[in-house]
Design a protein around this ligand. Structure first.
Ligand code: V1D
Ligand code: CA
Length: 450
């Protein structure tokens, strides 16, 4: 019996065609060199059962990046951990000593004022491997900066980094060490001006504070602000002080901002800032808690809109360090950062997630890269309010008449990123090699003489 085809049968893709669909399609011309810095050990750590920060979101991200075969397009690195000395470039000795020695079973032995002094509590608990975790994500950001500084990468990505709240002598807002400040300090060894752009839902206070008095780093943060929302800072009036006056830019937003108004405001503010400041390197923190439906979030952004802000910064063709940050709905965090990896490689991904994705069950029922994330929260950002924020920032930009120049002192390059122990080992191996070569030459001479 012949069963008549219905219209939907006619347009159903057969399994063979489906399995031959490309996972990504190239878009552009000559591509910048992109590197991906990821140490899989970072996803094993656990802040605690009720804590919203879930490092396994980084494993989900990596699964998506692998399943879409984006690794074919990038230089992949498994970075070493940061060293204690590297952390001390920004953090205080007593805080790092504390972080290194504290353990969950010992924490009760510390007197309360020590725990208070180091801001240990619900936001920043002591968990197993807290120090190692910090070394891993900071090591990845430092590795990425080394590839940018040596010119081996034009764009370097570390989704495990972007922990923007950590302070010199204490953790804050789920962040223990500030890999962004450490990364920027390293970049400043060769770059006269670094621009920091933060699109996490929260204010990038730790980075702003670290560079508040210098004109060599311009910090720009877009965030929810009402004076109370964590961390409580980020009003448009925080502009920097001394030499740093006007080099801190804050874009305070209300609940529920939508794709169109966010992307429009982002471009209208970022374009004149880049043009005036002429950064030689840009660090973008891509916190995913600014997406709609985030567990801690209150914006209405879709993945494409968030990614458009990354695409826009990339379009200036300036070397970029791209980092993660917040993001508390793991399936959407990983979708976003995989999508942004594709944007940075200038390819278009098939919106249907690959079938062989190891953590497929996390992405149902739609199994799409682009679930609809807008419309949950009322948009409290009137056009009038956004225009007034923009106007205030344009007035601030007027004081930035030209890019400040800096006399670069000779700075030891140290671009290999090798530790003293590794350098010593290489020296020993080389010496051994030379000795062996010399010995074999002597043997050859003897043979020749014979
Ligand atoms: F909901 C929670 C459950 C357990 C532990 C903490 C939280 C939680 C939610 N929101 N903590 C917060 C924020 N803390 C407060 C404190 C209350 N106190 C008086 C202050 O409101 C902290 C939010 C941190 C956001 C971090 C980040 O997304 O910006 C980030 N960026 O990079 C890494 C993290
Ligand atoms: Ca922000």
């Amino acid at each position: 019996m012949i069963v008549p085809l219905t219209e939907s049968d006619t347009f159903t893709t057969d399994t063979k065609t489906e399995s031959h669909k490309p996972l990504y399609e190239p878009n552009g011309v000559k591509q910048p060199n992109v590197s991906y810095h990821f140490n899989p050990d970072v996803s094993k750590y656990h802040y605690g059962p009720r804590h919203p920060m879930k490092p396994f979101r980084l494993m989900l991200t990596d699964h998506l990046v692998i399943s879409y075969k984006l690794y074919e397009l990038m230089d992949l690195y498994t970075p070493r951990r940061a060293t204690k000395e590297e952390l001390l470039e920004f953090h205080s000795q007593d805080y790092i000593d504390f972080l290194q020695s504290v353990t969950p079973d010992q924490v009760s032995k510390y007197v309360d004022n020590v725990l208070q002094r180091f801001n240990i509590g619900d936001d920043c608990p002591v968990f197993d491997g807290i120090y190692d975790y910090s070394l891993i994500y900071a090591g990845a950001s430092l590795d990425a900066t080394r590839k940018l500084m040596s010119g081996m990468s034009d764009i370097a990505i570390n989704w495990s980094g972007g922990l923007h709240h950590a302070k010199k002598a204490e953790p804050s807002g789920f962040c223990y060490v500030n890999d962004i400040v450490l990364g920027i300090l390293n970049l400043l060894r060769v770059h006269p001006r670094v621009m920091y752009i933060d699109i996490d839902l929260h204010h990038g206070d730790g980075v702003q504070e670290a560079f508040y008095t210098t004109d060599r780093v311009m910090t720009v943060s877009f965030h929810k602000y009402n004076g109370e929302f964590f961390p409580g800072t980020g009003s448009v009036d925080e502009k920097g002080i001394g030499k740093g006056k006007n080099y801190a830019i804050n874009v305070p937003l209300r609940d529920g901002i939508d794709d169109e108004s966010y992307v429009r405001l982002f471009k209208l503010i970022v374009e004149p800032l880049i043009t005036m400041y002429q950064p030689t390197c840009i660090v973008q923190q891509c916190g995913a808690d600014s997406l709609g439906f985030d567990r801690l979030g209150c914006f209405n952004l879709n993945i494409r809109a968030h990614g458009e802000c990354v695409k826009y910064v990339k379009s200036f063709g300036i070397p970029m360090l791209v980092l993660g940050g917040g993001g508390y709905t793991p399936r959407n965090v990983s979708r976003l950062w995989c999508y942004e990896t594709s944007v940075l490689n200038d390819v278009t991904l098939n919106a249907k997630l690959p079938n062989d994705l190891p953590s497929h069950e996390w992405f149902g029922p739609d199994f799409s890269l682009h679930p609809q994330l807008d419309g949950r929260i009322d948009n409290k950002n009137s056009k009038k309010y956004l225009d007034s924020v923009r106007q205030t920032i344009m007035e601030q930009i007027r004081y930035l008449s030209h890019a400040p120049s800096v006399q670069m002192r000779e700075i030891p390059p140290d671009l290999t990123g090798l530790t003293d122990e590794e350098e010593e080992l290489i020296r020993e191996l080389n010496e051994e090699n030379y000795r062996e070569q010399a010995e074999s030459k002597d043997v050859a001479k003897e043979v020749h003489v014979d």
